[in-house]
Design a protein around this ligand. Sequence first.
Ligand SMILES: [Zn+2]
Length: 72
Amino acid sequence: MYSSRKKTVEELPEELTAIWSCSDDNCNGWMRDNFALSSTHQCPLCQSEMVKGERMLVALANTSPLHHKAED
Ligand SMILES: [Zn+2]
Protein backbone atom coordinates (compact mmCIF):
# COMPACT_ATOMS: atom_id res chain seq x y z
CA MET A 1 0.00 0.00 0.00
CA TYR A 2 3.03 2.22 -0.11
CA SER A 3 3.14 4.76 -2.87
CA SER A 4 6.45 4.56 -4.62
CA ARG A 5 5.94 8.11 -5.81
CA LYS A 6 6.91 9.24 -2.39
CA LYS A 7 10.50 8.56 -3.17
CA THR A 8 10.90 10.50 -6.38
CA VAL A 9 11.50 14.00 -5.11
CA GLU A 10 12.95 14.91 -1.82
CA GLU A 11 12.27 18.29 -0.43
CA LEU A 12 14.84 20.50 -1.99
CA PRO A 13 15.89 23.68 -0.30
CA GLU A 14 14.83 26.83 -2.05
CA GLU A 15 16.71 30.05 -2.08
CA LEU A 16 16.05 33.52 -3.35
CA THR A 17 17.74 33.49 -6.71
CA ALA A 18 18.56 36.34 -9.01
CA ILE A 19 16.78 35.88 -12.30
CA TRP A 20 15.99 37.74 -15.46
CA SER A 21 12.40 37.68 -16.61
CA CYS A 22 10.85 38.76 -19.84
CA SER A 23 9.40 42.24 -19.84
CA ASP A 24 6.54 41.04 -22.00
CA ASP A 25 3.57 40.20 -19.79
CA ASN A 26 2.38 37.63 -22.29
CA CYS A 27 5.62 35.73 -22.19
CA ASN A 28 6.83 33.35 -19.53
CA GLY A 29 10.45 33.58 -20.49
CA TRP A 30 12.96 33.86 -17.71
CA MET A 31 16.39 32.60 -16.80
CA ARG A 32 18.63 32.37 -13.84
CA ASP A 33 21.13 35.16 -13.60
CA ASN A 34 23.82 32.48 -13.48
CA PHE A 35 22.73 31.21 -16.82
CA ALA A 36 22.36 34.56 -18.47
CA LEU A 37 24.83 35.39 -21.15
CA SER A 38 27.32 37.96 -20.03
CA SER A 39 26.09 41.19 -21.50
CA THR A 40 22.82 40.71 -23.29
CA HIS A 41 19.66 39.86 -21.44
CA GLN A 42 17.28 38.97 -24.15
CA CYS A 43 14.34 36.65 -23.83
CA PRO A 44 15.12 33.33 -25.51
CA LEU A 45 11.46 32.97 -26.42
CA CYS A 46 10.48 36.32 -27.84
CA GLN A 47 13.71 38.31 -27.90
CA SER A 48 12.21 41.01 -25.73
CA GLU A 49 14.26 42.82 -23.18
CA MET A 50 14.52 41.11 -19.84
CA VAL A 51 14.28 42.68 -16.44
CA LYS A 52 16.13 41.62 -13.36
CA GLY A 53 14.19 40.12 -10.53
CA GLU A 54 14.25 37.46 -7.89
CA ARG A 55 12.51 34.17 -7.42
CA MET A 56 12.43 31.41 -4.87
CA LEU A 57 14.02 28.54 -6.70
CA VAL A 58 15.42 25.21 -5.73
CA ALA A 59 19.04 25.76 -5.02
CA LEU A 60 21.09 24.44 -7.86
CA ALA A 61 23.90 22.11 -7.09
CA ASN A 62 27.19 23.38 -8.27
CA THR A 63 27.71 22.02 -11.73
CA SER A 64 31.34 21.43 -10.96
CA PRO A 65 32.26 17.75 -10.94
CA LEU A 66 33.80 18.29 -7.58
CA HIS A 67 31.20 17.94 -4.96
CA HIS A 68 31.60 20.62 -2.38
CA LYS A 69 30.01 19.88 0.88
CA ALA A 70 28.28 22.76 2.52
CA GLU A 71 30.20 23.99 5.47
CA ASP A 72 28.25 25.09 8.44
ZN1 LIG B 1 9.77 36.75 -23.78
